[in-house]
Design a protein around this ligand. Structure first.
Ligand code: AMP
Length: 216
């Protein structure tokens, strides 16, 4: 299996662009560490209960917990194709754990795509973010509105919600955590020749195309 890491601040569009790429290429799969963690919280697993405390505050959950979850997913994901990792690794310690997991599973880290956007863009994007509590589909006001009825999921008709950690107080903390703990990963991967930088501002299809180009 090949692995591509999507690196970027909250709101930089990693999940949205990953969705576009996966929809257009059957060889690609996508996993978001945040989605796995939110799922664990919903299912009330022991890991979910531990993670919830940190997630509510906009802080990172402990490295070992996320690493274990991601390695389990990678182990079950099968050999073929390319897996897009969205939101993992987020610390240098996690990047080292990913290297070790890749060594054990035979996965090859092909590239790291850094999504670049100014803080004003990130804050504005997060403010508009909505999701369907039933199926998890993502929306954005005004960038990705529902097609059928404003405020309701196209697929299930359920009213859209705002993620708890998208509240303005928490968002500023998440951006600070990104700068302090995750941004150093750019240098970590640059020196290994793996880093590809993409301008993450513009129409979604254009950004997706920029990512395809740097991965080609
Ligand atoms: P996200 O959906 O990627 O914005 O992640 C939401 C929250 O989940 C983050 O604010 C963290 O609390 C937690 N989280 C997700 N991925 C990681 C990670 N790789 N390491 C630590 N915490 C994470």
């Amino acid at each position: 299996m090949k692995v591509v890491v999507l690196l970027g601040a909250p709101g930089s569009g990693k999940g949205t662009i990953a969705g576009r790429l996966v929809a257009a290429d059957a060889a690609l799969r996508h996993v978001s560490s945040g989605d796995l963690l939110r799922d664990a919280v919903r299912r009330r697993t022991a890991a979910g209960a531990e993670a919830d405390v940190f997630m509510k505050r906009g802080e990172l959950v402990p490295d070992a917990l996320v690493a274990r979850m991601m390695e389990e997913f990678m182990g079950g994901a099968g050999g073929a194709g390319t897996l897009l990792l969205d939101g993992y690794p987020r610390t240098v310690a996690q990047a080292r754990m990913l290297d070790e997991a890749a060594g054990r599973t035979g996965a090859v880290l092909e590239a790291v795509v850094l999504f670049e956007a100014a803080d004003e863009v990130l804050v504005a994007r997060i403010a508009g973010r909505r999701h369907c509590p039933a199926c998890g589909a993502g929306y954005h006001v005004p960038n990705i509105p529902p097609k059928k009825r404003a405020g309701y999921c196209d697929g299930c008709g359920v009213e859209l919600a705002v993620r708890k950690d998208d509240a303005p107080e928490t968002v500023l903390n998440r951006l600070a955590v990104y700068r302090a703990q995750t941004a150093p990963l750019a240098e970590f991967y640059r020196v290994r020749g793996l880093l590809r930088t993409v301008n993450a501002v513009g129409p979604i299809d254009e950004i997706a195309e920029r990512v395809r180009r740097v991965l080609a």
